[in-house]
Design a protein around this ligand. Structure first.
Ligand code: SF4
Ligand code: SF4
Length: 426
């Protein structure tokens, strides 16, 4: 796929139902064209791709620490998580992504411990600055120093300004000139590469890009249903053309694309080559030269094992013409025949909710009900959430609307919860 056909594919996918571009160029994966000594933690079973112009080659699959497995107590199951993360690293994965706020602020400490015993040196470590915690000038250094301590490292390889929103960009980020503070941290050697993640519409993305020439990478939501969402495919190309690395987050849209409804599966089954739903979603992203790595928030060992298997075959322009056509047909089906809530499971609403409503855990069975029409199992799962390890369920919602500004997907959360209540008689 050349530059022109990439953009063409964006338009075609947005128009869903039209066949994807048919040209399939034989382009070697980075691991075939690059001296292996340059690749941190190289293993023949993993593919590696350039992170923009940083000179770093990252594994095609990267590990998001956002969704650890949990103990019955509701605490992260650190022992299991360690086994999962180290297994991925042992198999060539070399990029680990955490943040200051994941797992209620415990994720960096967990990550730091998991990366002991020589694992830190095998990976590129990423964490993020929470702009919304910036209240006074000294907060940046205080938080960064805490991050270094929790991660048990002298420097963070990839440091992101976390989850830029409209309010954040028009508020604390520019008021405190946080991009400049990150540049200074780089000069001091506390971070190696600077970037950002974003949950804001395209005009804000363009402003962020133009704010400083020093951005080296960005992390954007991308999957085959979100080609026009936020920065979208056009934004990915803009970042790539500036020489930036691009990390694709939410490749499975919070897990929805990992378990497609029967009619959608049936469409994919018409492909001569058979893939799991997850592999279809990953292959769509790996197919693009613009994507440096696909970030997966793996929460169970089978996910790790399966995803590593898919990553063995990751390559630019890996999709066959007939696969592109079939995927486009399936996307058309999903867009027109269902009305799923576009929740990615990011849990920002949970942080904002005074009643601790576990919205993300409610949206999963709700969407499954929309996809398969099976109310009873969905209702059981929805009722099970209430008072459980994730928080409270539908009855706890007071319709206070405090979660609305927190949702990067712009979901009318109280409206959906009310709909669930009415439809399922909860
Ligand atoms: S509207 Fe409901 S879910 Fe949203 S913050 Fe209020 S109580 Fe929580
Ligand atoms: S409703 Fe919005 S904020 Fe809440 S988990 Fe889903 S996408 Fe995230």
């Amino acid at each position: 796929m050349n530059r022109r056909t990439f953009i063409t594919s964006s338009a075609l996918l947005a128009a869903a139902g039209t066949a994807l571009p048919s040209n399939l160029l034989a382009r070697p994966a980075a691991s075939e064209a690059t001296p292996l000594d340059n690749i941190r933690n190289y293993k023949p079973s993993m593919q590696y791709r350039p992170m923009g112009q940083t000179g770093v080659l990252v594994s095609a699959l990267s590990f998001g620490m956002m969704r650890p497995p949990f103990l019955p107590s509701g605490e992260p199951d650190e022992a299991t998580f360690q086994t999962m993360v180290r297994h991925a690293i042992d198999n060539g994965l070399n990029y680990i992504d955490t943040s200051h706020v994941y797992s209620k602020g415990k994720s960096q400490g967990i990550t730091g411990r998991i990366l002991q015993n020589g694992y830190r040196e095998k990976v590129w470590l990423a964490t993020k600055f929470p702009w919304w915690q910036m209240e006074k000038a000294g907060d940046f250094d205080r938080i960064l120093n805490q991050q270094l301590e929790e991660l048990q490292t002298d420097a963070i390889d990839f440091y992101l300004l976390h989850a830029i929103t409209i309010d954040g960009w028009n508020g604390a980020i520019t008021r405190f000139n946080i991009p400049h503070l990150i540049e200074k941290a780089k000069e001091q050697g506390k971070i190696k590469h600077m970037g950002f993640s974003l949950h804001a519409p395209s005009p804000i993305f363009k402003k962020v890009l133009q704010y400083t020439p020093h951005w080296e990478f960005c992390q954007l939501q991308m999957n085959y249903l979100d080609v026009e969402y936020e920065a979208g495919l056009v934004g990915i190309k803009q970042a790539y053309d500036r020489g930036m690395g691009v990390i694709a987050m939410e490749p499975l849209r919070g897990g929805f694309l990992a378990s497609l409804p029967p009619k959608a599966k049936a469409i994919l089954e018409t492909s001569p080559q058979k893939y799991h739903d997850v592999a279809w979603a990953f292959n769509y992203l790996w197919d693009m030269p613009e994507i440096s790595t696909v970030l997966s928030g793996m929460s169970a060992m089978p996910h790790v094992i399966d995803n590593l298997t898919y990553a063995k075959h990751a390559a630019v322009e890996m999709m066959r013409p007939e696969e592109r056509k079939i995927l486009a047909q399936m996307i058309q089906h999903l867009r027109t025949d269902y009305n799923a809530v576009p929740c990615t499971g990011c849990n920002y609403c949970r942080l904002a909710c005074p009643e601790e409503v576990a919205v993300a855990q409610l949206m999963i069975p709700w969407n499954q009900y929309k996809w398969n029409g099976n109310m009873e199992p969905a209702k059981r799962r929805i009722e099970f959430v209430h008072g459980g390890r994730y928080g409270n369920g539908v009855p706890a919602c007071t319709q206070c609307n405090k979660c609305l500004p927190a949702c990067p997907q712009g979901i009318n959360i109280p409206g959906v919860l009310q709909e669930i209540k009415t439809t399922m008689k909860i």
